[in-house]
Every structure is written in structure tokens, then in C-alpha cells.
Design a protein around this ligand. Structure first.
Ligand SMILES: C[S@@+](CC[C@H](N)C(=O)[O-])C[C@H]1O[C@@H](n2cnc3c(N)ncnc32)[C@H](O)[C@@H]1O
Length: 331
């Protein structure tokens, strides 16, 4: 039975993945400093011990006392993104992870590690520090760049993953030097979005005039679509590149309506009024949860605002991808 430490636990995507993988074990302790995320975590996992504290205050002794053999973690990714100016090890948000990398030599009980981050991490200095520390402490590791669409999920979220194991005797997985970009199993085509759509969605999810002005850059999905774009923290704030929108209309209706709207100036009332016919709307937090493969019974507490839900989801992970990686890691 595995005993797991979930670091940077957020809303518990790793916890959900552990459950989905059906491996034997328990999350012994989860740690995060975001109080809203922690409230959501506790709402869904009331029995799990969750600590609201800075990971940098954790000592090797404390970890040893927990008697854990596995660490699942998704450290902050902003230092490795354009928005975060690719500051890498110079961004203070990497401090806690660099601290953990250095602490690894004292964590003799840790046998298994799974780490998630953004695409781009693989080219960073912090990645080199992490890999050097894994090697120095006798871990065998494998890096991946994977998208949920490759495991049958109709959503894009290309992410870096690293799984590492101290003892490889009996590990069925054959590691490769290069980064792996697909999993051996054939997951088939992603399901259509119909499976995750809610009915009777409130008008509050309809796009407002400000966003409709940017209608030409929207990514539109349909009931029968087998894809959707990655949902980011800025979903519903900016139109471009923050996640897809949905319409009940079909492609022909959308094309016709856009053709008509584009006969007007994009900042005119006519442009916006014409597009309103399509009833373009955001995916609800509940739908985004499904697209990120969270279980059906996962819920946000009612006092958490919709904006907070999107922010937390934008920071979270795809549960299905991680559960597949956990099966490989513990195989
Ligand atoms: C990429 S998110 C992790 C998301 C999480 N796996 C989930 O499913 O929601 C990074 C998380 O790290 C937390 N965090 C960042 N720095 C931290 C630190 N020094 N100590 C504890 N938590 C930290 C943030 O609050 C955020 O929730």
C-alpha cells in the first residue's frame, strides 16, 4: 500500500488521478498555500489531511515522519511561460521547487515521484536541476509531453510530465532517453462534447458585448466536436487563446452568421447584434471539470465564485493523463 504526499495540491487533480488509477494507497498529506483551492480540496476530500502552508517550510524530518514513499506534485508553471517572461530559476515562484530538489538527497523513503508542469519546462534550467538531482539520488526517470486528446479526452492541454522511480527492479516500463509524446495504449478517438454538456445553462454564461467584439478570434465548439482548446486562468476574461466557447448552432449557421456580421465593422452594434443569434456561451465550470477528466461527483462549494472556479481550473491538471502515468509509474 502506497503512502502519498501531494504537493502544490490545488483543487486535488492529483488526488482524483490517484483514485482513478485504482492503485492501492492513500494521500497521507496534501499541501498548498491557496486558501480558496484548499477550501475546494477539503470540500471534495474531507477526510484527507490538508495543510495550508508554504512548502519551503517542510523539513526532511517532517516528511520522514509521514512515512510516505511517493510524491505527486505540480509546481507553479508561470516561470516557464511567456506570461511569466521565462524567468525560470530567477522567478521566486520556483524557490519552493528548487528547495525540494535540494531536499531530495535527504528523503530516503521516497521511491516514486510524478511531476507535472507546462510545455517549455523541458528546456529550463530548473528542469536540469531536477533531473540532475533525480540521477544523483539513484532515480530512473522518464519525461513526457502529453495532451489529453491522445488519451481519448476532447480537450487540449499539452503538458510536461516526469515520472521517476528509485528502484527499477521489476519495472515493466522501458525508459527512453528522449521525451515520449504518446502512450503505448490505443485510446481511440476522443468522445464528442455531447457527453460533457450541461442542459439549461444559465444566460450568465453567454458572451458579453465586449467579448463578442472579438468574435473573429474565438475558438467555437459544437455538440459533435471531439476537441476543445486548453482552458486557462484567464478564461472568460480574454477571447483569444484562453479556451473554447460553445454554440448549439451548427457550422453552416455559424458560417452564415459570421459572414453577415463581418459585413459590418467589428466595433459596430450591428456586428454584435448579428452574432448574438448564435448564443455563443462559455463552458461552465462543471463542463470544464469534465473536460479535465475530474470525476462526476467532484463539485465546487457554492460560495466559490465562477471566476474563482475558472482560475483554479486553469491551474489544475488533466486527471486522465495523470492516472495513466501513475499506472506506468507503479507498474
Ligand atoms: C499548478 S498549481 C497545482 C494545481 C493542482 N495540481 C490542482 O490539481 O489543482 C500550483 C499550486 O501551487 C501552489 N503553490 C505555489 N507555491 C507554493 C508554495 N511555496 N507552497 C505551497 N503551495 C504553493 C499554488 O497555490 C497552486 O495551487
Amino acid at each position: 500500500m502506497h503512502r502519498i504526499l501531494e504537493l502544490y495540491s490545488g483543487i486535488g487533480g492529483m488526488h482524483c488521478a490517484w483514485k482513478e488509477s485504482q492503485l492501492d494507497g492513500e494521500i497521507v498529506l496534501a499541501i498548498d498555500i491557496n486558501t480558496v483551492a484548499n477550501e475546494v480540496y477539503t470540500y471534495n476530500f474531507p477526510e484527507t489531511c490538508l495543510s495550508n502552508r508554504n512548502i519551503q517550510s517542510l523539513t526532511a524530518k517532517e516528511i520522514e515522519k509521514l512515512n510516505v514513499n511517493s510524491v505527486l506534485m505540480s509546481p507553479p508553471c508561470q516561470p516557464f511561460t511567456r506570461n511569466g517572461k521565462y524567468l525560470d530559476e530567477n522567478d521566486p515562484r520556483t524557490n519552493s521547487f528548487i528547495y525540494l530538489i535540494q531536499l531530495l538527497s535527504e528523503l530516503n523513503n521516497i521511491e516514486y515521484i510524478l511531476m507535472e508542469n507546462v510545455k517549455g519546462f523541458e528546456r529550463s534550467t530548473v528542469r536540469n536541476l531536477f533531473i540532475d538531482s533525480l540521477k544523483a539520488n539513484g532515480f530512473s526517470y522518464q519525461e513526457f509531453l502529453l495532451c489529453p486528446s491522445k488519451v481519448g479526452v476532447p480537450n487540449s492541454r499539452l503538458r510536461y510530465y516526469c515520472i521517476a522511480r528509485r528502484s527499477i527492479s521489476g519495472w515493466h516500463f522501458k525508459r527512453k532517453e528522449e521525451i515520449i509524446t504518446s502512450l503505448p495504449h490505443d485510446y481511440g478517438l476522443p468522445n464528442t462534447l455531447e457527453d460533457i454538456l450541461q442542459t439549461d445553462v444559465q444566460d450568465m454564461y453567454l458572451l458579453n458585448d465586449k467579448l463578442l467584439k472579438r468574435a473573429n478570434v474565438l475558438d467555437i465548439c459544437y455538440k459533435h466536436s471531439r476537441r476543445s482548446c486548453c482552458f486557462t486562468k484567464a478564461y472568460t476574461h480574454y477571447a483569444e487563446g484562453t479556451g473554447s466557447v460553445y454554440t448549439e448552432a451548427n457550422e453552416q449557421q455559424v458560417e452564415k452568421c459570421y459572414k453577415m456580421a463581418n459585413t459590418f465593422d467589428v466595433s459596430s452594434k450591428h456586428f454584435i447584434e448579428t452574432l448574438k443569434e448564435l448564443k455563443l456561451r462559455f463552458f461552465t465550470p462543471c463542463e470544464v471539470l469534465r473536460l479535465m477528466s475530474f470525476p462526476q461527483n467532484y463539485k465546487f462549494p457554492s460560495n466559490v465564485t465562477t471566476k474563482q472556479c475558472y482560475r483554479l481550473l486553469g491551474n489544475s491538471v488533466n486527471v486522465k493523463v495523470i492516472s495513466e502515468l501513475l499506472k506506468i509509474l507503479f507498474d
